[in-house]
Design a binder for this molecule. Structure first.
Ligand SMILES: Cc1cc2nc3c(=O)[nH]c(=O)nc-3n(C[C@H](O)[C@H](O)[C@H](O)COP(=O)(O)O)c2cc1C
Length: 281
């Protein structure tokens, strides 16, 4: 049986692709995955489209603006969503499910929210006026050796490092870290959040466990100034959707069913934005 916990720990951003084409069967599984992940936990609907570079000319390929950053990829997934409340979280959640399904097929991907020409991708997928293209990803087989630029990007973003448990997870209030040892049956779900991808590897997710209940409150700790660069595209809220996806998939796989609902705690939390809460059912 396919394991999402394994996919979450295996996934890594791939920026150097081999020329091995994706088999027909795998391509149709990807297409199924694009079609079956179109509504996020906040109820926003979105669409995902495949862009096959073998079907477009060199000039159009260049216009997509991934050249230099991504090497060798022949296929891209592009997302499109209307600019509505919590659309970014929903894109993060659904796109990450697609990325993890691709990981389970042995394919490489790379979340891209900044280093591509948004307008060219939007044109390619016939985005309507109200639609934004928050993120895209190449998809294909990873090359066995990374390019020098790929290595440099990973080094620059410190992509192989993550914040510690103490910095991310809390017990009742932000003065009390939730240790791995005290997290009980939620250790894996939390670890799956911790090792997830995030824009510039900034890891803005914070989780506070409620005392005496199997309820986890998710907060966003923004990096100041980070959201200003991209009009309307809030990459750190996409990161929050990815965190929701990882927490839920890991919990589900371990037999912990739960639901997302707004249950903002009344005690004040400084410097963080409340997003949502997960409760065991
Ligand atoms: C929302 C989002 C946007 C991202 N945008 C880019 C991007 O524009 N270009 C890029 O090369 N990597 C991008 N990344 C990849 C991150 O740099 C990467 O996930 C992080 O450094 C951790 O490395 P890993 O994915 O290999 O675990 C993005 C990741 C996320 C989640």
């Amino acid at each position: 049986m396919e394991s999402f916990i394994k996919a979450i720990s295996d996934r890594i951003s791939v920026r150097t692709f081999s020329d091995q084409p994706i088999e027909k069967e795998k391509r149709s599984i990807i297409i199924d995955s694009l079609r079956s992940n179109q509504e996020g936990p906040f109820g926003n609907r979105m669409r995902f489209e495949l862009i096959d570079l073998d079907e477009i000319d060199e000039k159009e390929i260049k216009s997509l603006g991934t050249y230099g950053m991504i090497t060798g990829a022949r296929l891209y997934i592009a997302s499109a969503v209307s600019d509505t409340d919590r659309a970014m979280e929903d894109i993060g959640y659904c796109f990450e499910k697609i990325i993890l399904s691709a990981t389970n097929l042995g394919l490489g991907t790379c979340w891209m929210g900044g280093t591509f020409k948004r307008a060219s991708f939007a044109k390619k997928i016939d985005a309507s006026e109200g639609e934004m293209v928050p993120a895209v990803s190449p998809i294909g087989y990873a090359h066995e050796r990374r390019t020098i630029k790929d290595k440099a990007i990973r080094r620059f973003a410190k992509s192989d490092k993550r914040k510690s448990w103490e910095e991310l997870f809390f017990d009742e209030d932000t003065d009390t870290p939730l240790s791995q040892a005290n997290s009980g049956k939620y250790e894996t779900s939390l670890e799956c959040v911790r090792i997830g991808p995030s824009a510039s590897n900034l890891q803005p997710w914070r989780i506070i466990k409620e005392k005496g209940r199997e309820t986890f409150h998710l907060y966003l700790k923004r990096t100041k100034g980070y959201e200003k660069a991209l009009k309307g595209i809030d990459l750190q809220s996409i990161d929050m959707g990815i965190a929701m996806c990882h927490f839920e998939l890991a919990a589900q796989e371990l037999g912990l069913e739960g639901k997302w609902e707004e249950q903002e705690p009344t005690n004040a939390v400084r410097n963080m934005e409340y997003v949502t809460s997960w409760t065991h059912m």
